[in-house]
Design a protein around this ligand. Structure first.
Ligand code: C2E
Ligand code: CA
Ligand code: CA
Length: 771
């Protein structure tokens, strides 16, 4: 038994489109799809990475901004605090300096102990001032170092640093006095003036310090202030731990320090605002708060978690997307393979063939030609109809496998459609090479095949074209190859024909003929000739066969052998046959009961109402059905079409006789005769003409006659041309004969003399016949 088609395809070295012609366009498309998919995924991955990176960058930037704003604010706060501190010195000093008692005890007589009690020690103890001095016009009058009274001659006093400040106060005081004098009237007691205060940051003995100086002036005026230079109280606060402790207490600054060199990067700092720009700079620095960084630190775990989650989600999604595009690309590739393979026989399909053909045609040259073989299986339709489609399919698969296994030069085997296959092969200059390939393919097809338990003999017809000789356009080459197949079929099937331009001219001629024939039918250029049929004695006329003729006004008499096939192909034949039938009925109605045979084409039997039409014609012409014989060919019976059998049965039921024409020329089978009863068998003239030439012709005729007689079927021999043939037919007991020996087909006017020789008792007058 045959392997199922699916398995068959698996181990047959069939022309795989992708192997023979490189990757298909669609497959390239699939690869491109996969690549595009990958690129898109990469792009999305980059976008996600960029998003995460920019999120981090943004967070860092925002933190930095927040930190910068905080630093700016802190700078302002610290500088404000430093200047406030300078102002605060005035308050500290004023309680002492703006007091009558102080003027008395400094300007008028210097009470060192009192000054110490109320100024130097007091400021040290309550305000933490490091040094206090009273500068008189005569010089330093009082000094207290770290809250201890110290003799002025040994007490440290950085005159270079502090005296400019003292002189400033003195100058301002004098200015103030001068202004007051201008505005004070004569003999009026001068107004008591407010103390003059100056403060500033400077280096005292090289150490950064805040120094304040104030003029000692009366408050209630019980003491008159000296008009010249007032005593000046000076106080020094070093910017040391105590000073910084206050800063910590006030502003909660972390780890403040004073340095003479710029502090390290991590610390925030301001320059001490020395009152004189020439003083070597000093920095107040502290550990900055950095709220942005702190916030970022606090948020970092959450941010990291989010980023990781996002990344993980993105990776998963992209992974799926990648897999999906690859799956898609794979199924695309599969689909494209299927789109180019014939699923029934595993060969390339028509689309693939046309693509390959176009690709190859670009490269043909006279030395490297491309042959296109068009193979059409003979009688495949009959196999399909009689044995069923599944057998037909298996047969196509078998033929496909055989063609696929052929070893021909750079071959592509394809199924073109139905039972048509097209093969491509590169050939050299020699046409014999093409013939050889054609013969090999025919041999391959001809090998009997065992399908569904029965042996089937098959044949095929091949037409071939060659590029560039016959053309370089794919569909044109196929069209011409198809014309060559047609020629092969019409010249007896099972053979190979290489296209020639004449074939195409004939096709054109056939087309023209078809147009002409339509016209001829309409304009009455057709006529019916009658060929008499004789009893085997060669004397008695037993009937006539009606044969159509075309009396062409230009081309003369055209034989039906030429135009009937054209009419059959165009569907015109039924109209023609019915015209002939009607004509015969009209012309031969008066011939007594002489039998007349009319030929019908198998095509006529495709129309459902054939029997009705025939009955209508018989009735209209008043022609007795028993006189009519219809000649059909074996092909009609072989086709096994139920409609054909039904139509035949209907004709028989009308009383019409049926003759089987050209018996032996086709699929002769007595089986068919038994399945459908015919009244007459007409042995094909090829057998008659071989009498005396081949032994089997005679033997076959003998055999057919015996069998027909056994079945009570009349046997007519056609094409009898010689006396020997007639003698042999007489010897084997053939019933009737027809042929040129006795008479060629004759026009109606010439029928008379044969009518006289019809079987006695069935006399018909000449005048009737000629009407
Ligand atoms: P056919 O039915 O086999 O008709 C017999 C053919 O053999 C006729 O050719 C006839 O002229 C020819 N013939 C008769 N005796 C001899 C002989 O001794 N030697 C040779 N060599 N030939 C002989 P024709 O008239 O050219 O017709 C050819 C074919 O055309 C017919 O073959 C028939 O199949 C078809 N045909 C003719 N008339 C009609 C028609 O009205 N309708 C249809 N459908 N087919 C027709
Ligand atoms: Ca005939
Ligand atoms: Ca015949």
């Amino acid at each position: 038994m045959w392997a199922p088609i699916g398995r068959l395809r698996g181990h047959v070295p069939v022309a795989r489109p992708d192997e023979r012609a490189g990757p298909t366009r669609r497959q390239i498309g699939s690869a491109r799809l996969a690549r595009t998919g990958d690129r898109m995924i990469l792009a999305v991955a980059l976008v996600i990475a960029a998003a995460i990176a920019s999120m981090i960058a943004f967070s860092l930037l925002a933190a930095e901004r927040v930190d910068q704003a905080a630093r700016d604010r802190w700078n302002v706060l610290i500088l404000e605090s430093l200047s406030r501190r300078a102002g605060d010195l005035q308050r500290d000093l004023a309680s002492f300096a703006h007091w009558d008692e102080s003027v008395l005890r400094t300007a008028y007589f210097l009470d060192v102990n009192w000054v110490h009690e109320n100024f130097g020690r007091w400021l040290h103890d309550t305000q933490g001032h490091d040094r206090s001095y009273v500068v008189l016009e005569s010089g330093l009058g009082y000094a207290a170092i770290n809250g201890s009274l110290m003799p002025t001659d040994i007490a440290p006093f950085d005159a270079d640093a502090m005296l400019p400040l003292v002189r400033g106060v003195e100058a301002a005081f004098k200015e103030q006095v001068a202004q007051a004098a201008l505005t004070t009237r004569q003999n009026e007691r001068p107004r008591e003036l407010p103390p003059v205060f100056r403060a500033g940051y400077m280096r005292v003995e090289g150490r950064p310090a805040l120094v304040g100086a104030i003029s000692i002036t009366p408050d209630y005026g019980r003491v008159v202030s000296p008009t010249r230079v007032p005593p000046i109280a000076v106080t020094v606060v070093f910017l040391d731990a105590g000073f910084l402790g206050d800063l910590i207490a006030e502003l909660h600054v972390v780890a403040p320090t004073i340095t003479n060199a710029p502090p390290e990067e991590s610390r925030q700092s301001v320059l001490i605002p020395f009152h004189d720009g020439t003083i070597a700079p000093a920095w107040l620095s502290w550990i900055p708060e950095n709220p942005g960084a702190s916030l970022l630190r606090a948020l970092l775990p959450a941010l990291m978690g989010t980023a990781i989650l996002l990344l993980a989600a993105a990776i998963i999604i992209l992974w799926y997307a990648r897999r999906a595009t690859h799956e898609l690309a794979k199924s695309e590739a599969l689909a494209s393979r299927l789109a180019y393979v014939d699923s029934l026989c595993g060969l390339a399909n028509r689309a693939m063939l046309m693509r390959t053909l176009r690709d190859r045609l670009v490269r043909v040259s006279p030395g490297a030609r491309l042959a296109v073989f068009f193979l059409d299986l003979d009688g495949f339709k009959d196999i399909n109809d009689t044995l069923g489609h599944h057998v037909g399919d298996m047969l196509l698969a078998e033929i496909g496998a055989r063609l696929g296994a052929l070893k021909l030069p750079s071959l592509l085997a394809s199924r073109f459609g139905g039972d048509e296959f097209v093969l491509l092969a590169t050939v050299g200059d020699d046409d014999q090479e093409i013939e050889a390939i054609g013969a090999e393919v025919l041999d391959t097809v001809r090998r009997p095949a065992r399908i569904a338990g029965q042996m089937l003999a098959l044949s095929g017809s091949i037409g071939a074209t060659v590029a560039p000789d016959h053309g370089t356009e794919a569909s044109e080459l196929i069209r011409l190859a198809d014309i060559a197949v047609y020629r092969a079929k019409s010249e007896g099937r099972g053979c190979f024909r290489l296209f020639t331009p004449r074939m195409e001219r004939e096709v054109v001629r056939r087309r023209d003929l078809e147009i002409e024939l339509r016209r001829a039918l309409a304009e009455g250029e057709l006529a019916v000739y009658y060929q008499p049929q004789f009893s085997v004695d060669g004397e008695t006329v037993i009937g006539f066969e009606a044969l159509v003729r075309w009396l062409h006004p230009v081309q003369g008499l055209i034989s039906p052998g030429e135009f009937i096939p054209v009419a059959e192909q165009s569907g015109l034949v039924t109209e023609l046959d019915m015209w002939v039938l009607r004509r015969v009925c009209e012309q031969t109605r008066g011939w007594g009961d002489t039998k007349v045979a009319v030929n019908l084409s198998p095509v006529d039997f495709r129309s459902r109402d054939l029997a009705d039409t025939v009955r209508g014609i018989l009735r209209e012409t008043d022609f007795p059905p028993e006189r009519l014989e219809i000649e059909i060919t074996e092909n009609l019976l072989f086709g096994n079409q139920p409609e054909a059998f039904a139509a035949l049965a209907a004709l028989r039921n009308l009383g019409i006789r049926i003759a089987l024409d050209d018996f032996g020329s086709g699929y002769s089978s007595l089986g068919y005769i038994r399945r459908f009863r015919v009244d007459t068998i007409k042995i094909d003239r090829s057998f008659i003409q071989n009498i005396g030439h081949t032994e089997d012709a005679a033997a076959i005729i003998d055999c057919v006659v015996r069998l027909a007689r056994a079945l009570a079927i009349t046997v007519t021999a056609e094409g009898v041309e010689t006396r020997e043939q007639l003698r042999y037919l007489q010897s084997v007991g053939c019933h009737h004969v027809q042929g040129f020996l006795l008479s060629a087909p004759v026009p109606l006017v010439s029928v008379g003399r044969f009518l006289e020789r019809t079987v006695r008792g069935e006399g018909t007058s000449l005048s009737q016949a000629q009407r």
